[in-house]
Design a protein around this ligand. Sequence first.
Ligand code: C5P
Length: 224
Amino acid sequence: GDVAVLVPAAGAGVRLGPGGPKALRQIGGEPLLVHAVRRIAAAPSVHTIVVAAPPGDADAVRALLAPIAELIVVAGGATRQESVAAALAAVPPGPEIVLVHDAARALTPAILVEAVATAIRGGEDAVIPVLPVVDTIKEVSADGVVLGTVDRSALRAVQTPQGFRRSVLAAAHAAAVDPLTDDAGLVEKQGVRVACVPGSEYALKITRPFDLALAEHLLNAARS
Ligand code: C5P
């Protein structure tokens, strides 16, 4: 494998309601992070996995994941971007392709990891998985009044894993000023072309209680 996958998993998961760090919430009796790492490790291109754990939980996360895959665990930061930067700094020399994948997208299939890696290997500097937007999208004022309707045909919902040539991601993080919600955003600011590949419904970001319930159902359906 020529790919390193960084897994930011240090988020508090406030939008899920009470119950501790999001990556450690369970579906099917196992933490989201375990599901995510198992699928990443199943992708043949993956050589190195670096997890950014909730600060204070790094030892517990190391013990949790040791049976699943050989990997590196670092302490995450106060923002997703800091967590990714900490993980990136821990990648050993070797892999020239780096993917960044949210632990919260716990059911992402290994084939999506491969598709993103393949696009980078094919010459792209940056690649993101995307889905079309199904809902009508409107811009709304702070007090809840519609300002206008956006043309959704040009819009895409963006998932992870996002893939990068290693040097491109390192340069983008070194230059980063304002924290962004994804890594492709940092790379765009550097003027780098970002290509798209088809995403997967299974790569949904488990964010709210409904998503957790949905993921549990998807997991049970796949097992029965
Ligand atoms: O908060 P959000 O849903 O955007 O988090 C996306 C991913 O980034 C999650 O896997 C979360 O654990 C991770 N994260 C992190 N460090 C933070 C905040 C979020 O690793 N400080």
